[in-house]
Design a protein around this ligand. Structure first.
Ligand code: AHR
Length: 514
Protein backbone atom coordinates (compact mmCIF):
# COMPACT_ATOMS: atom_id res chain seq x y z
CA UNK A 1 0.00 0.00 0.00
CA UNK A 2 2.81 2.36 1.02
CA UNK A 3 4.56 1.48 -2.25
CA UNK A 4 1.40 2.29 -4.26
CA UNK A 5 1.02 5.61 -2.45
CA UNK A 6 4.62 6.53 -3.20
CA UNK A 7 4.09 5.65 -6.87
CA UNK A 8 0.99 7.87 -6.96
CA UNK A 9 2.87 10.79 -5.41
CA UNK A 10 5.69 10.27 -7.92
CA UNK A 11 3.19 10.36 -10.80
CA UNK A 12 1.66 13.57 -9.48
CA UNK A 13 5.09 15.16 -9.17
CA UNK A 14 5.96 14.13 -12.74
CA UNK A 15 2.73 15.53 -14.17
CA UNK A 16 3.10 18.71 -12.11
CA UNK A 17 6.66 18.98 -13.49
CA UNK A 18 5.29 18.78 -17.03
CA UNK A 19 2.51 21.27 -16.31
CA UNK A 20 1.77 23.61 -19.16
CA UNK A 21 3.10 26.67 -17.32
CA UNK A 22 6.55 25.03 -17.21
CA UNK A 23 6.88 24.59 -20.92
CA UNK A 24 9.64 26.78 -22.28
CA UNK A 25 10.49 27.36 -25.91
CA UNK A 26 13.99 28.76 -26.29
CA UNK A 27 15.02 30.22 -29.66
CA UNK A 28 18.75 30.84 -30.19
CA UNK A 29 18.53 33.86 -32.47
CA UNK A 30 22.31 34.31 -32.38
CA UNK A 31 23.05 30.88 -33.89
CA UNK A 32 21.92 31.03 -37.53
CA UNK A 33 21.61 27.67 -39.25
CA UNK A 34 21.09 26.76 -42.92
CA UNK A 35 18.65 28.65 -45.14
CA UNK A 36 15.19 27.14 -45.43
CA UNK A 37 14.99 26.88 -49.21
CA UNK A 38 11.76 28.40 -50.49
CA UNK A 39 11.26 25.31 -52.66
CA UNK A 40 10.50 23.34 -49.49
CA UNK A 41 7.09 24.92 -50.13
CA UNK A 42 6.93 23.42 -53.64
CA UNK A 43 3.90 21.86 -55.29
CA UNK A 44 3.18 18.86 -57.49
CA UNK A 45 0.73 18.77 -60.42
CA UNK A 46 0.20 15.43 -62.15
CA UNK A 47 -2.05 14.39 -65.01
CA UNK A 48 -4.34 12.66 -62.55
CA UNK A 49 -8.08 13.04 -62.05
CA UNK A 50 -9.08 16.71 -62.10
CA UNK A 51 -5.73 17.91 -60.76
CA UNK A 52 -4.84 19.60 -64.04
CA UNK A 53 -7.82 19.22 -66.41
CA UNK A 54 -10.88 21.03 -64.93
CA UNK A 55 -9.03 21.93 -61.73
CA UNK A 56 -6.57 24.31 -63.37
CA UNK A 57 -6.78 23.95 -67.13
CA UNK A 58 -10.13 24.71 -68.74
CA UNK A 59 -8.88 25.66 -72.19
CA UNK A 60 -8.95 29.11 -73.82
CA UNK A 61 -12.50 28.62 -75.12
CA UNK A 62 -14.00 27.99 -71.68
CA UNK A 63 -16.60 30.33 -70.16
CA UNK A 64 -14.65 30.04 -66.91
CA UNK A 65 -12.37 33.11 -66.87
CA UNK A 66 -8.90 32.00 -67.91
CA UNK A 67 -5.60 33.21 -69.31
CA UNK A 68 -4.63 31.07 -72.29
CA UNK A 69 -6.58 28.16 -70.79
CA UNK A 70 -5.45 28.41 -67.14
CA UNK A 71 -8.18 29.36 -64.66
CA UNK A 72 -7.75 32.91 -63.40
CA UNK A 73 -9.19 32.20 -59.93
CA UNK A 74 -6.92 29.21 -59.32
CA UNK A 75 -3.81 31.00 -60.57
CA UNK A 76 -4.62 34.03 -58.39
CA UNK A 77 -5.03 31.86 -55.27
CA UNK A 78 -1.76 30.03 -55.98
CA UNK A 79 0.09 33.31 -56.59
CA UNK A 80 -1.20 34.51 -53.26
CA UNK A 81 0.33 31.39 -51.75
CA UNK A 82 3.70 32.33 -53.25
CA UNK A 83 4.05 28.90 -54.86
CA UNK A 84 7.79 28.77 -55.53
CA UNK A 85 7.92 25.72 -57.80
CA UNK A 86 5.73 23.17 -59.58
CA UNK A 87 6.65 19.58 -60.41
CA UNK A 88 5.06 18.13 -63.59
CA UNK A 89 3.81 15.88 -65.36
CA UNK A 90 3.96 13.11 -62.70
CA UNK A 91 4.27 10.94 -60.66
CA UNK A 92 3.51 7.57 -62.14
CA UNK A 93 2.10 9.38 -65.17
CA UNK A 94 5.59 10.68 -66.02
CA UNK A 95 6.84 7.19 -66.89
CA UNK A 96 4.14 6.78 -69.53
CA UNK A 97 4.38 10.32 -70.88
CA UNK A 98 5.96 11.04 -74.23
CA UNK A 99 6.63 14.76 -74.50
CA UNK A 100 6.21 14.92 -78.27
CA UNK A 101 2.50 14.08 -77.76
CA UNK A 102 2.12 17.44 -76.02
CA UNK A 103 3.54 19.94 -78.50
CA UNK A 104 2.18 21.58 -81.66
CA UNK A 105 -1.45 22.49 -82.40
CA UNK A 106 -3.67 21.09 -79.64
CA UNK A 107 -6.27 19.84 -82.12
CA UNK A 108 -3.66 17.57 -83.68
CA UNK A 109 -2.29 16.06 -80.49
CA UNK A 110 -2.89 12.33 -79.98
CA UNK A 111 -5.45 11.04 -77.54
CA UNK A 112 -4.05 8.44 -75.20
CA UNK A 113 -5.42 6.54 -72.21
CA UNK A 114 -4.22 7.52 -68.77
CA UNK A 115 -3.72 3.89 -67.82
CA UNK A 116 -2.33 4.63 -64.40
CA UNK A 117 -5.03 7.01 -63.21
CA UNK A 118 -8.59 5.94 -63.88
CA UNK A 119 -8.17 4.73 -67.49
CA UNK A 120 -9.57 8.04 -68.77
CA UNK A 121 -8.71 9.73 -72.08
CA UNK A 122 -5.66 12.01 -72.04
CA UNK A 123 -5.91 14.48 -74.89
CA UNK A 124 -2.51 16.04 -74.24
CA UNK A 125 -4.01 19.56 -74.21
CA UNK A 126 -1.53 20.44 -71.48
CA UNK A 127 1.99 19.87 -72.74
CA UNK A 128 5.36 21.54 -72.40
CA UNK A 129 4.34 25.03 -73.62
CA UNK A 130 1.17 25.08 -71.51
CA UNK A 131 3.06 23.93 -68.39
CA UNK A 132 5.64 26.69 -68.77
CA UNK A 133 2.87 29.21 -69.34
CA UNK A 134 1.42 28.14 -65.98
CA UNK A 135 4.68 28.43 -64.04
CA UNK A 136 5.43 31.75 -65.68
CA UNK A 137 1.97 33.06 -64.74
CA UNK A 138 2.66 31.89 -61.17
CA UNK A 139 6.20 33.30 -61.09
CA UNK A 140 7.32 29.82 -60.02
CA UNK A 141 10.22 27.58 -60.96
CA UNK A 142 9.74 24.52 -63.20
CA UNK A 143 10.52 20.96 -62.21
CA UNK A 144 10.12 18.61 -65.19
CA UNK A 145 10.06 14.86 -64.59
CA UNK A 146 11.26 12.80 -67.57
CA UNK A 147 10.09 9.34 -68.56
CA UNK A 148 12.46 6.48 -67.79
CA UNK A 149 9.92 3.64 -67.50
CA UNK A 150 8.77 3.65 -71.15
CA UNK A 151 11.09 6.27 -72.56
CA UNK A 152 14.64 6.27 -73.85
CA UNK A 153 17.81 8.26 -73.10
CA UNK A 154 17.37 9.91 -76.48
CA UNK A 155 13.81 11.03 -75.69
CA UNK A 156 14.88 12.44 -72.30
CA UNK A 157 17.89 14.23 -73.81
CA UNK A 158 15.86 15.67 -76.67
CA UNK A 159 13.13 17.00 -74.38
CA UNK A 160 15.78 18.93 -72.51
CA UNK A 161 17.27 20.19 -75.76
CA UNK A 162 13.81 21.22 -77.01
CA UNK A 163 13.23 23.26 -73.86
CA UNK A 164 16.65 24.84 -73.38
CA UNK A 165 18.35 24.88 -76.80
CA UNK A 166 19.44 28.22 -78.31
CA UNK A 167 20.97 27.57 -81.74
CA UNK A 168 19.34 26.68 -85.01
CA UNK A 169 19.05 22.93 -84.51
CA UNK A 170 15.86 21.61 -86.06
CA UNK A 171 14.47 20.63 -82.66
CA UNK A 172 14.96 24.20 -81.38
CA UNK A 173 13.39 25.64 -84.51
CA UNK A 174 10.44 23.34 -83.85
CA UNK A 175 10.00 24.98 -80.42
CA UNK A 176 10.09 28.39 -82.14
CA UNK A 177 7.52 27.24 -84.67
CA UNK A 178 5.36 26.17 -81.75
CA UNK A 179 5.40 29.72 -80.42
CA UNK A 180 8.39 29.95 -78.11
CA UNK A 181 11.51 31.72 -79.26
CA UNK A 182 13.22 32.17 -75.89
CA UNK A 183 14.33 28.92 -74.21
CA UNK A 184 12.28 27.76 -71.26
CA UNK A 185 14.01 27.96 -67.90
CA UNK A 186 14.11 24.42 -66.50
CA UNK A 187 15.16 24.57 -62.86
CA UNK A 188 15.00 20.84 -62.10
CA UNK A 189 15.00 17.79 -64.35
CA UNK A 190 14.41 14.28 -62.96
CA UNK A 191 15.02 10.94 -64.60
CA UNK A 192 12.11 8.70 -63.66
CA UNK A 193 9.75 8.50 -60.73
CA UNK A 194 9.39 5.78 -58.11
CA UNK A 195 11.65 3.54 -60.17
CA UNK A 196 11.25 0.98 -57.35
CA UNK A 197 7.53 0.71 -58.27
CA UNK A 198 5.31 2.27 -60.95
CA UNK A 199 8.39 3.68 -62.68
CA UNK A 200 9.75 0.26 -63.63
CA UNK A 201 10.07 -2.02 -60.58
CA UNK A 202 13.83 -1.72 -60.64
CA UNK A 203 16.48 -2.51 -58.07
CA UNK A 204 18.56 0.37 -56.69
CA UNK A 205 21.83 -0.82 -58.27
CA UNK A 206 20.20 -1.33 -61.67
CA UNK A 207 18.66 2.15 -61.59
CA UNK A 208 21.92 3.73 -60.38
CA UNK A 209 23.67 2.28 -63.46
CA UNK A 210 20.82 3.36 -65.69
CA UNK A 211 20.97 6.89 -64.24
CA UNK A 212 24.73 7.02 -64.91
CA UNK A 213 24.04 6.00 -68.51
CA UNK A 214 21.11 8.35 -69.24
CA UNK A 215 22.54 11.37 -67.38
CA UNK A 216 25.61 11.28 -69.64
CA UNK A 217 23.49 12.63 -72.48
CA UNK A 218 21.70 15.45 -70.63
CA UNK A 219 23.14 18.63 -72.11
CA UNK A 220 22.09 22.28 -71.89
CA UNK A 221 23.68 25.70 -72.27
CA UNK A 222 25.72 26.29 -69.09
CA UNK A 223 23.50 29.19 -67.92
CA UNK A 224 20.34 27.08 -68.21
CA UNK A 225 21.51 23.91 -66.50
CA UNK A 226 18.85 22.42 -64.24
CA UNK A 227 19.52 20.57 -61.03
CA UNK A 228 19.47 16.91 -62.07
CA UNK A 229 17.47 14.57 -59.87
CA UNK A 230 17.60 10.81 -59.45
CA UNK A 231 14.53 8.91 -58.30
CA UNK A 232 15.14 7.64 -54.77
CA UNK A 233 13.51 5.58 -52.06
CA UNK A 234 10.21 5.47 -50.25
CA UNK A 235 9.41 5.80 -46.54
CA UNK A 236 12.23 4.45 -44.39
CA UNK A 237 14.16 2.96 -47.30
CA UNK A 238 17.84 3.92 -47.52
CA UNK A 239 19.04 1.50 -50.21
CA UNK A 240 18.42 3.99 -53.03
CA UNK A 241 20.31 6.80 -51.33
CA UNK A 242 23.18 4.39 -50.69
CA UNK A 243 23.35 2.99 -54.24
CA UNK A 244 23.02 6.37 -55.94
CA UNK A 245 25.33 8.42 -53.73
CA UNK A 246 27.98 5.70 -53.82
CA UNK A 247 28.17 5.37 -57.57
CA UNK A 248 26.72 8.33 -59.50
CA UNK A 249 28.96 11.35 -60.09
CA UNK A 250 27.91 13.11 -63.30
CA UNK A 251 24.81 15.33 -63.68
CA UNK A 252 23.59 14.44 -60.25
CA UNK A 253 22.44 17.09 -57.79
CA UNK A 254 19.93 15.35 -55.60
CA UNK A 255 17.75 12.40 -54.75
CA UNK A 256 13.94 12.41 -54.79
CA UNK A 257 12.46 10.70 -51.75
CA UNK A 258 8.75 9.95 -51.15
CA UNK A 259 6.72 9.35 -48.00
CA UNK A 260 2.93 9.46 -47.69
CA UNK A 261 0.99 9.27 -44.43
CA UNK A 262 -2.08 7.05 -43.94
CA UNK A 263 -3.95 7.02 -40.60
CA UNK A 264 -3.90 3.21 -40.49
CA UNK A 265 -0.25 3.07 -41.58
CA UNK A 266 -1.43 0.46 -44.14
CA UNK A 267 -1.50 0.97 -47.88
CA UNK A 268 -4.53 -1.32 -48.48
CA UNK A 269 -6.95 0.30 -45.99
CA UNK A 270 -5.70 3.78 -45.40
CA UNK A 271 -8.47 5.24 -43.24
CA UNK A 272 -11.02 8.03 -43.43
CA UNK A 273 -10.27 11.64 -44.29
CA UNK A 274 -13.07 12.93 -42.03
CA UNK A 275 -15.35 11.58 -39.31
CA UNK A 276 -12.51 9.90 -37.40
CA UNK A 277 -11.97 9.39 -33.64
CA UNK A 278 -9.22 11.17 -31.68
CA UNK A 279 -7.07 8.02 -31.80
CA UNK A 280 -6.89 8.38 -35.60
CA UNK A 281 -6.02 12.05 -35.26
CA UNK A 282 -2.96 11.20 -33.22
CA UNK A 283 -2.23 8.01 -35.23
CA UNK A 284 -1.89 10.25 -38.27
CA UNK A 285 0.04 13.16 -36.78
CA UNK A 286 2.42 10.98 -34.78
CA UNK A 287 3.70 9.46 -38.04
CA UNK A 288 5.54 12.66 -38.92
CA UNK A 289 8.24 11.28 -36.60
CA UNK A 290 8.89 8.73 -39.37
CA UNK A 291 9.67 11.54 -41.81
CA UNK A 292 12.24 12.82 -39.35
CA UNK A 293 13.69 9.30 -38.89
CA UNK A 294 13.87 8.82 -42.67
CA UNK A 295 15.77 12.05 -43.05
CA UNK A 296 18.16 11.23 -40.22
CA UNK A 297 18.94 7.82 -41.78
CA UNK A 298 19.27 9.03 -45.37
CA UNK A 299 21.34 12.04 -44.34
CA UNK A 300 23.75 9.78 -42.46
CA UNK A 301 24.34 7.88 -45.72
CA UNK A 302 24.86 11.09 -47.65
CA UNK A 303 27.23 12.42 -45.01
CA UNK A 304 29.29 9.26 -45.52
CA UNK A 305 29.22 9.20 -49.35
CA UNK A 306 28.95 12.93 -50.00
CA UNK A 307 30.73 14.69 -47.11
CA UNK A 308 31.00 17.95 -49.07
CA UNK A 309 27.21 18.14 -49.13
CA UNK A 310 26.85 18.51 -52.89
CA UNK A 311 23.75 16.34 -52.97
CA UNK A 312 20.34 17.50 -51.81
CA UNK A 313 17.35 15.52 -50.66
CA UNK A 314 14.25 16.48 -52.57
CA UNK A 315 11.16 15.24 -50.75
CA UNK A 316 9.16 15.47 -53.95
CA UNK A 317 6.00 13.63 -52.84
CA UNK A 318 4.50 13.78 -49.37
CA UNK A 319 1.19 14.32 -47.65
CA UNK A 320 -1.93 12.58 -46.44
CA UNK A 321 -3.51 9.75 -48.39
CA UNK A 322 -6.95 8.46 -47.36
CA UNK A 323 -9.51 6.01 -48.69
CA UNK A 324 -11.12 7.54 -51.80
CA UNK A 325 -14.09 9.83 -51.26
CA UNK A 326 -17.26 7.67 -51.60
CA UNK A 327 -18.78 8.02 -55.06
CA UNK A 328 -15.57 9.31 -56.64
CA UNK A 329 -13.45 7.53 -59.24
CA UNK A 330 -10.89 5.69 -57.04
CA UNK A 331 -8.24 6.42 -59.68
CA UNK A 332 -8.75 10.17 -59.17
CA UNK A 333 -7.49 10.22 -55.55
CA UNK A 334 -10.18 12.63 -54.36
CA UNK A 335 -10.22 13.20 -50.62
CA UNK A 336 -11.50 15.68 -48.06
CA UNK A 337 -9.09 18.10 -46.47
CA UNK A 338 -9.54 18.96 -42.81
CA UNK A 339 -7.88 20.74 -39.92
CA UNK A 340 -5.90 17.52 -39.32
CA UNK A 341 -4.27 17.95 -42.73
CA UNK A 342 -3.30 21.53 -41.89
CA UNK A 343 -1.51 20.31 -38.76
CA UNK A 344 0.08 17.46 -40.70
CA UNK A 345 1.48 19.98 -43.19
CA UNK A 346 2.83 22.26 -40.46
CA UNK A 347 4.49 19.32 -38.69
CA UNK A 348 6.17 18.37 -41.98
CA UNK A 349 7.42 21.95 -42.45
CA UNK A 350 8.96 21.92 -38.98
CA UNK A 351 10.78 18.68 -39.79
CA UNK A 352 11.97 19.92 -43.19
CA UNK A 353 13.27 23.13 -41.56
CA UNK A 354 15.21 21.06 -39.05
CA UNK A 355 16.92 19.26 -41.96
CA UNK A 356 17.38 22.33 -44.15
CA UNK A 357 21.07 21.49 -44.61
CA UNK A 358 20.06 18.72 -47.05
CA UNK A 359 16.35 19.16 -47.77
CA UNK A 360 16.29 21.76 -50.51
CA UNK A 361 12.89 21.05 -52.01
CA UNK A 362 9.67 19.30 -51.15
CA UNK A 363 6.49 18.89 -53.15
CA UNK A 364 3.20 18.19 -51.46
CA UNK A 365 0.94 15.80 -53.36
CA UNK A 366 -0.86 17.50 -54.96
CA UNK A 367 -1.71 21.11 -55.82
CA UNK A 368 -5.39 20.96 -56.87
CA UNK A 369 -8.20 18.38 -56.34
CA UNK A 370 -5.85 15.42 -55.75
CA UNK A 371 -4.79 13.98 -52.34
CA UNK A 372 -3.78 16.71 -49.85
CA UNK A 373 -4.70 19.58 -52.14
CA UNK A 374 -4.41 23.33 -51.65
CA UNK A 375 -7.54 24.01 -53.68
CA UNK A 376 -10.71 22.05 -54.44
CA UNK A 377 -12.79 23.01 -57.45
CA UNK A 378 -16.18 22.17 -58.83
CA UNK A 379 -17.17 23.68 -62.17
CA UNK A 380 -16.47 27.44 -61.83
CA UNK A 381 -16.22 27.42 -58.01
CA UNK A 382 -13.24 26.85 -55.78
CA UNK A 383 -12.49 26.51 -52.12
CA UNK A 384 -9.19 26.97 -50.23
CA UNK A 385 -8.45 24.00 -47.99
CA UNK A 386 -7.07 24.04 -44.44
CA UNK A 387 -3.76 22.85 -45.97
CA UNK A 388 -3.73 25.95 -48.18
CA UNK A 389 -3.98 28.11 -45.06
CA UNK A 390 -1.15 26.22 -43.33
CA UNK A 391 1.07 26.87 -46.37
CA UNK A 392 0.01 30.53 -46.34
CA UNK A 393 0.82 30.96 -42.65
CA UNK A 394 4.30 29.55 -43.24
CA UNK A 395 5.23 31.75 -46.26
CA UNK A 396 7.56 33.95 -44.12
CA UNK A 397 9.80 30.88 -43.78
CA UNK A 398 10.53 30.76 -47.50
CA UNK A 399 14.28 31.48 -47.73
CA UNK A 400 14.45 32.31 -44.01
CA UNK A 401 17.58 31.43 -42.05
CA UNK A 402 16.75 28.61 -39.68
CA UNK A 403 17.37 29.10 -35.96
CA UNK A 404 17.80 26.41 -33.30
CA UNK A 405 14.81 25.81 -31.02
CA UNK A 406 14.69 23.90 -27.74
CA UNK A 407 11.45 22.87 -26.07
CA UNK A 408 11.72 22.24 -22.34
CA UNK A 409 9.08 20.00 -20.76
CA UNK A 410 7.33 19.22 -24.02
CA UNK A 411 4.23 17.30 -22.85
CA UNK A 412 3.54 13.88 -24.33
CA UNK A 413 0.22 13.62 -26.12
CA UNK A 414 -1.15 10.09 -25.94
CA UNK A 415 -4.43 8.50 -27.04
CA UNK A 416 -4.76 4.71 -26.91
CA UNK A 417 -1.51 3.25 -28.21
CA UNK A 418 -0.54 6.38 -30.16
CA UNK A 419 1.67 9.09 -28.74
CA UNK A 420 3.76 12.02 -29.83
CA UNK A 421 5.27 15.22 -28.45
CA UNK A 422 2.41 17.66 -27.83
CA UNK A 423 4.28 20.63 -29.29
CA UNK A 424 6.40 21.16 -32.35
CA UNK A 425 8.16 24.49 -32.90
CA UNK A 426 10.37 26.00 -35.60
CA UNK A 427 12.05 29.39 -35.94
CA UNK A 428 13.80 31.41 -38.59
CA UNK A 429 15.02 34.89 -39.48
CA UNK A 430 12.86 35.82 -42.46
CA UNK A 431 14.04 37.59 -45.60
CA UNK A 432 12.03 40.51 -44.22
CA UNK A 433 14.50 40.66 -41.28
CA UNK A 434 11.85 39.56 -38.78
CA UNK A 435 12.20 36.63 -36.44
CA UNK A 436 9.41 34.13 -37.14
CA UNK A 437 8.25 31.28 -34.94
CA UNK A 438 5.89 28.49 -36.07
CA UNK A 439 4.15 26.48 -33.37
CA UNK A 440 1.91 23.42 -33.53
CA UNK A 441 -0.17 22.18 -30.61
CA UNK A 442 -1.06 18.65 -31.73
CA UNK A 443 -3.27 17.94 -28.71
CA UNK A 444 -6.85 17.79 -29.97
CA UNK A 445 -8.45 18.63 -26.61
CA UNK A 446 -5.95 20.51 -24.40
CA UNK A 447 -4.67 24.04 -24.91
CA UNK A 448 -0.97 24.58 -24.14
CA UNK A 449 0.68 27.47 -22.35
CA UNK A 450 4.37 28.12 -22.92
CA UNK A 451 6.97 30.76 -22.20
CA UNK A 452 8.92 31.99 -25.20
CA UNK A 453 12.53 33.00 -24.68
CA UNK A 454 15.15 34.45 -27.03
CA UNK A 455 18.21 32.96 -25.39
CA UNK A 456 17.57 33.96 -21.79
CA UNK A 457 15.35 36.97 -22.45
CA UNK A 458 11.62 37.23 -22.88
CA UNK A 459 10.69 39.13 -26.07
CA UNK A 460 8.25 42.06 -25.84
CA UNK A 461 5.48 40.68 -27.98
CA UNK A 462 4.47 38.27 -30.72
CA UNK A 463 2.03 38.95 -33.51
CA UNK A 464 0.74 36.72 -36.28
CA UNK A 465 -2.03 34.26 -37.06
CA UNK A 466 -3.62 31.13 -35.66
CA UNK A 467 -5.33 28.32 -37.54
CA UNK A 468 -7.74 26.16 -35.59
CA UNK A 469 -11.41 25.12 -35.53
CA UNK A 470 -14.04 23.51 -33.34
CA UNK A 471 -13.80 20.01 -34.77
CA UNK A 472 -10.78 17.85 -35.62
CA UNK A 473 -12.20 17.27 -39.08
CA UNK A 474 -13.40 20.82 -39.69
CA UNK A 475 -13.15 21.62 -43.39
CA UNK A 476 -13.94 24.22 -46.01
CA UNK A 477 -16.61 22.98 -48.36
CA UNK A 478 -17.90 24.42 -51.60
CA UNK A 479 -21.08 26.40 -51.09
CA UNK A 480 -20.74 26.45 -47.28
CA UNK A 481 -19.16 28.94 -44.89
CA UNK A 482 -15.50 27.93 -44.39
CA UNK A 483 -14.76 26.43 -40.96
CA UNK A 484 -10.98 26.73 -41.05
CA UNK A 485 -9.65 30.24 -41.59
CA UNK A 486 -6.61 31.99 -40.08
CA UNK A 487 -7.38 34.48 -37.30
CA UNK A 488 -5.18 37.20 -35.81
CA UNK A 489 -3.06 36.11 -32.86
CA UNK A 490 -0.92 38.10 -30.44
CA UNK A 491 0.62 38.07 -26.98
CA UNK A 492 2.47 40.68 -24.92
CA UNK A 493 5.09 40.22 -22.23
CA UNK A 494 4.16 40.82 -18.59
CA UNK A 495 6.38 40.60 -15.51
CA UNK A 496 9.39 39.69 -17.62
CA UNK A 497 7.60 36.76 -19.28
CA UNK A 498 6.08 36.24 -22.70
CA UNK A 499 3.46 33.56 -22.32
CA UNK A 500 1.80 32.12 -25.40
CA UNK A 501 -1.49 30.24 -25.09
CA UNK A 502 -1.91 27.84 -27.97
CA UNK A 503 -5.46 26.60 -28.47
CA UNK A 504 -5.97 22.85 -28.74
CA UNK A 505 -5.32 21.51 -32.28
CA UNK A 506 -3.77 24.67 -33.62
CA UNK A 507 -1.04 26.05 -35.83
CA UNK A 508 0.32 29.48 -34.93
CA UNK A 509 2.88 31.54 -36.85
CA UNK A 510 4.08 34.76 -35.25
CA UNK A 511 6.69 37.46 -35.76
CA UNK A 512 8.61 38.19 -32.56
CA UNK A 513 9.13 41.78 -31.42
CA UNK A 514 12.01 42.81 -29.16
O1 AHR B 1 0.72 11.35 -56.03
C1 AHR B 1 0.11 10.19 -56.51
C2 AHR B 1 1.11 9.09 -56.86
O2 AHR B 1 1.76 8.65 -55.72
C3 AHR B 1 2.24 9.46 -57.78
O3 AHR B 1 1.87 9.41 -59.12
C4 AHR B 1 3.27 8.40 -57.49
O4 AHR B 1 4.57 8.84 -57.73
C5 AHR B 1 3.00 8.05 -56.03
O5 AHR B 1 2.92 6.69 -55.83
Amino acid sequence: MKKQLLALVATLVVSAGAHAADIKVVVSADQPGPVIHRNIYGQFAEHLGTGIYEGMWVGPESKIPNVRGWRKDVVAALKDLKVPLVRWPGGCFADEYHWRDGIGPRSKRPIKVNTHWGGVPENNAVGTHEFFDLVEQLGAEAYVNANVGTGSPQEAAEWLEYMTGEGNATIVEQRRKNGRDKPFRVHYYALGNETWGCGGNMRPEYYADLYRHWATFLKTPAHNRPQFIASGGNDQDTAWTEALSKSVRHNFDGIAHHAYTFPSGKWETKGAAAGFPESEWVAMLSQVKKIDDTLVKNKAILDKNDPKKKLAIYFDEWGSWYDPEPGSNPGFLVQRNTLRDALLAALHFNVFHAHADRVKMSNIAQMVNVLQAMILTSKDKLVLTPTYHAFKLYTPFQDATSLPVKIENNPTYKVDKFEMPGLSVTAGRGKDGKLWVGLVNANATQAAELDLLLGTNAPKAVKGQVLTAGAMDAQNELGKAPQVLPQPFEAQSANGKLTIKLPAKSVVVVAVEG
